[in-house]
Design a protein around this ligand. Structure first.
Ligand SMILES: Nc1nc2c(c(=O)[nH]1)N[C@H]1C(S)=C(S)[C@@H](COP(=O)(O)OP(=O)(O)OC[C@H]3O[C@@H](n4cnc5c(N)ncnc54)[C@H](O)[C@@H]3O)O[C@H]1N2
Ligand code: MOO
Ligand SMILES: [Mg+2]
Length: 401
């Protein structure tokens, strides 16, 4: 049995690069940007008026002029209109180009507009005020979004703004999510008294959608021949197989034997952890990786977030993510010499600390508890008593806010 840290290191040693592809920018949400995105023009691209009002030459105001003749009205989207003398001003709207003959904008709130005139009502006017200067945010050629991050709505707005109609993104691995077990029936059917509906594969598929991975689903009966036949095909077709169930000591737990019979090299079986102890991980000579997760739903869920998602993120080149930690909010004990992934509810106190309140549930078969919980708190294997106020690594599986 290996430690959680060693299991993680074995998996991270199998990080892959799946290459790049281009996708329409509107479809890039949730993908990983593969190249730096650069500004095609300055941002803003011109001296942008930032308040509705009038544009004047500050020099005239400084000399004591407070009433200006309105020469013209300039909307956003129009070419700039210049004043001819310093006694004039341009009525101008937010988003318009500042006329080169002016240098200061006074907002309507500080003006009185008369018949063709604008009178400044305030004494405090600063040269250059209410102007968002050309190139102040980014200059042409500057990086506006660095590679190796998930494409977010804000990044999509940058892509739109710089005219990047297609974005280079990391290619995604082909993933099969495979459930096993004769007790499992289709979700849409009514189970017999000794059956249950399949749920693990849908959980895994849903979790992977965050990364735009569209996994194929497959179900295997508890039968050695059928298991081997289908896994053989999957090992050719997919980059990663995510199995659930059939990896423990039951008479019908065929998965490890089936995989080894197909030439998949076992890199470990059993991790010093709860839940998820019987986790099996291996590699096929042609490259496919096999994450055979224990079938208990909480075990599958935990191993997915603790091992598969970090492998996926590393393979997609998502930049180094900080390790998250939280403050344990109540004393707890765990006696077995296993790393314990305690289910917790997360909250933030008034000092800005992330608090983890135990929400233990009834073990790794109780997946109803996952709906209420927010995260796993990872409690070290070499300790039995955990005191409120101590800080541990945390693995959130819900967005924090
Ligand atoms: N003698 C021992 N028995 C067990 C041990 C052990 O060390 N010695 N380990 C236990 C632990 S820990 C776990 S975790 C489970 C792992 O079992 P398997 O990976 O072999 O999974 P199954 O036996 O196929 O199923 C376990 C449990 O999970 C339910 N399940 C499975 N797949 C799904 C699914 N897709 N959706 C919903 N529920 C699923 C299944 O019905 C079982 O109740 O083994 C312990 N036993
Ligand atoms: O490790 Mo099992 O995953 O406790 O139920
Ligand atoms: Mg079993």
């Amino acid at each position: 049995m290996i430690s959680v840290e060693d299991a993680e290191a074995v998996i991270q040693a199998q990080v892959r690069d799946f290459g790049k592809e281009s996708v329409p920018f509107e479809q890039a949400l949730g993908r990983v940007l593969a190249e730096d995105l650069k500004a095609d023009r300055d941002l803003p691209p011109y001296n942008r008026v930032a308040m509705d009002g009038v544009a004047i030459s500050y020099h005239a105001f400084e000399k004591g002029l407070h009433t200006f003749q309105i020469r013209a009205t300039q909307a956003a989207g129009e070419a700039p209109v210049d004043i001819q003398t310093e006694e004039e001003c341009i009525e101008i709207m937010t988003g318009a180009v500042l006329p080169p003959s002016t240098d200061t904008v006074i907002r309507y709130e500080d003006l009185s507009i008369g018949e063709g005139t604008a009178t400044v009502l305030v004494e405090q006017v600063k040269k250059g005020q209410n102007i968002h200067r050309q190139g102040k945010d980014k200059q042409q050629g500057d990086v506006v979004a660095q590679a190796n991050q998930l494409v977010t709505p804000a990044l999509i707005s940058m892509a739109a703004s710089v005219g990047a109609t297609v974005l280079p993104v990391k290619k995604l691995p082909k993933v099969a999510v495979i459930s096993t077990g004769d007790e499992l029936v289709e979700v849409g059917t009514t189970p017999l008294p000794f059956q249950i509906r399949r749920s693990n594969s849908y959980t895994v598929k849903a979790a992977l959608q965050k990364y735009s991975v569209q996994a194929d689903l497959l179900h295997l009966p508890d039968n050695m021949e059928a298991t081997q036949a289908q896994l053989k095909e999957c090992l050719q077709r997919y980059d990663a197989l995510l199995l659930s169930g059939g990896v423990s000591m039951g008479k019908f737990d065929y998965v490890p034997r089936a995989l080894e019979g197909l030439g998949v090299e076992k890199l470990f079986h059993k991790v010093q952890q709860k839940p998820g102890k019987p986790f099996w991980f291996g590699i096929h000579p042609e490259g496919a990786l096999v994450f055979a997760l224990p079938g208990n739903p909480v075990s599958t869920f935990m191993c997915l977030h603790r091992y598969f998602v970090p492998w996926l993120e590393a393979s997609l080149g998502v930049g180094d993510k900080p390790q998250l930690h939280a403050v344990l909010h109540a004393d707890t004990t765990f006696m077995a010499p296993l790393q314990y992934f305690l289910q917790v509810a997360l909250s933030v106190n008034d000092r800005g600390q992330l608090l983890a309140t135990p929400l233990e549930g009834n073990g790794s078969g109780d997946f109803a508890n996952l709906v209420a919980a927010d995260a796993f708190l990872e409690l070290p294997a070499n300790q039995q008593e955990f005191k409120a106020g101590e800080v541990y690594r945390v693995w959130p599986f819900k967005p924090l806010y």
